[in-house]
Design a protein around this ligand. Structure first.
Ligand code: F6P
Length: 526
């Protein structure tokens, strides 16, 4: 048995002996101290997880046994943590934490350049709209943050996004805009992504048709591949750089956030960076047992590896962060959705499926499954305490729903209680009660974490996103996978390119019968 396996065995033994979550509150009087953690405006309550104090200690021992301290040190020191791509991982340097002198200087210089550019655009007043073109990490972060900033910041410019290669995406983004007053920001780390290049070409055609040679001044790029952007005829002065040590899904903090700076102002963006910096410092400096990202990560390990849950639901009870699950799907599943270790060996169970939608909407859709389905899923509830919509009654109802759901998942409703409510009714006999009672029973003991932000400010949002980023890092260490590459997205891209080439040439190529038939459908509908 390996060192790591011995720790997993201890955890499995603890799980086998464990009592219900509700009972843990009775047997562990300090639970609300041990399992509730705060950093600045962010409070995380892990007490409704089915983790006893002993299990928590054992999880932290597992983390220590996986050399988490050493890995954390390597990350912040700028070591080559992304081994398969031979790169350091330094998105924290974008927030002013870590990185060499050169890295810090590059970050500061680019920060000044983007802020100046954004201020100038805001001051000139010539542009009324920004169309941000990018996909994956070049889209999901900016899109989530743009929505969230609406809560507490003033937006002076219309901000649109186009990501999908489906023509409807760029059509919708350009719809109703005047080319004379539109700035197009093309964001692509590689500058080779099919969707982004096609949308950028469409936007350029749209600009050129009405502005001719003047279109160039309406087109800027953000990329780690300057040459690629130049080859796309974007003038060097209109290219904003970021670097290969910033992973796409960790890039919103870089010049990738330029559209946000233009729309909401560099000050709001600086607050966002500052919030993330606080979480970086917390993660870097706090011991494992007082460390929020570590607790969150180890909770996920318990739910996945010990209790066997296959998914994690993330439910923001805040409309302005309704895209949180979409953002986290890339962050978590592209980072840790791996089945091979850093050493090229088979890994055990890794990243669960992450999914979710905004509360309360989800309550009227998939919450039935969360409460009574098999096997259910742990939930991260995310709520904002301040009412940014200026509707206190709505806000109270929203939060009441959020708090009620975690309570209901934990307590459930026992069959004998259901029977009590049915017994004695004239319209239902004993046989019918036997049929109905089990169906109206809630098993309960379903785990959740509730994260609250005091307010949905850029500062608080920075905390929230950085928390999940570091959680992902910790889980990657426990599962021994490289959280910073994404080889699994390549095969589909290559095949799509082959199929597109064949369709353009009117060929069928060499495919399986199903794929050949699908390709044939296109010529029949033409
Ligand atoms: O889908 C894979 C991926 O490489 C993501 O990792 C990345 O965020 C996205 O495509 C977009 O890539 P780029 O920013 O290079 O256009």
């Amino acid at each position: 048995m390996t060192h790591r396996n011995a720790h997993f065995k201890t955890l499995e033994d603890l799980a086998a002996k464990s009592v219900s979550i509700a009972d843990l509150f009775k047997t562990e009087p300090k639970r609300m101290e041990t399992f509730v953690m705060r950093e600045g405006p962010l409070r995380a309550d892990f007490s409704k997880q089915s983790i006893s104090e002993n299990a928590r200690a054992a999880l932290l021992s597992l983390a220590a046994a996986c050399d988490l301290d050493e890995w954390r040190g390597k990350l912040f020191a700028g070591d080559t943590v992304n081994t398969s791509e031979d790169r350091a991982v330094l998105h924290m340097a974008l927030r002013g934490v870590g990185g060499s002198k050169t890295v810090q200087k590059d970050v500061t210089d680019m920060g000044k350049k983007t802020a100046e550019f954004a201020n100038q655009i805001r001051k000139d007043g010539k542009f009324k709209a920004v169309v941000h073109i990018g996909i994956g990490g070049s889209d999901l972060g900016p899109r989530l943050v743009a929505d969230a900033f609406e809560a507490a910041c003033d937006r002076v410019i219309d901000l649109r996004f186009a990501e999908n290669v489906d023509g409807a995406s760029i059509n919708d983004a350009l719809d109703g805009l005047d080319p004379k007053t539109t700035l197009v920001v093309v964001v692509s780390k590689s500058f080779s992504t099919q969707e982004t290049r096609m949308n950028a070409e469409a936007a350029r055609d749209w600009l050129t048709k009405s502005l001719g040679k003047k279109a160039g001044a309406h087109f800027i790029a953000v990329t780690a591949n300057r040459k690629g952007a130049e080859a796309f005829d974007i003038p060097p002065a209109q290219i904003f750089d970021f670097w290969d040590w910033v992973g796409g899904r960790y890039s919103v903090w870089s010049a990738v956030g330029l559209s946000l700076q233009i729309a909401f102002g560099p000050e709001a963006f600086a607050e966002f960076l500052k919030g993330a910096k606080r979480m970086d410092e917390h993660f870097r400096d706090q011991p494992l047992d007082e460390n929020l990202p570590v607790m969150m990560a180890m909770t996920g390990v318990w739910n996945r590896n010990i209790l066997g849950y296959t998914s994690l639901a993330v439910i923001p009870y805040a409309r302005r962060i309704r895209k949180l699950a979409a953002f986290l799907q890339q962050l978590e599943m592209e980072s840790n959705g791996k089945s091979v270790t850093r050493e090229g060996k088979a890994a055990g169970l890794t990243c669960p499926i992450l999914w979710g939608d905004e509360g309360t909407n989800g309550q009227h859709a998939f919450f039935q499954w969360l409460h009574q389905g098999t096997p259910g899923a742990p939930v991260d509830f995310v709520a904002v305490l301040k009412d940014h919509a200026n509707r206190p009654d709505h806000h109270a109802a929203l939060l009441a729903n959020c708090f009620a759901q975690s309570e209901a998942l934990m307590l459930g409703k026992a069959e004998h209680k259901v029977r009590e409510t049915l017994t004695g009714r004239d319209d239902i006999d004993a046989d019918a009660i036997n049929v109905l009672a089990p169906q109206k029973t809630f098993p309960g003991n379903r785990p959740s974490t509730t994260i609250t932000l005091d307010a949905l400010t850029p500062f608080a949002l920075g905390h929230l996103i950085a928390l999940y980023e570091h959680k992902v890092f910790v889980q990657g260490v426990i599962w021994n996978v490289n959280s910073f590459d994404q080889w699994g997205v390549e095969l589909g891209k290559v095949l799509a390119s082959t199929i597109l080439g064949e369709m353009d040439a009117g060929e069928t190529g060499d495919h399986d019968p199903s794929t050949t038939a699908l390709m044939g459908l296109l010529s029949k509908t033409a």
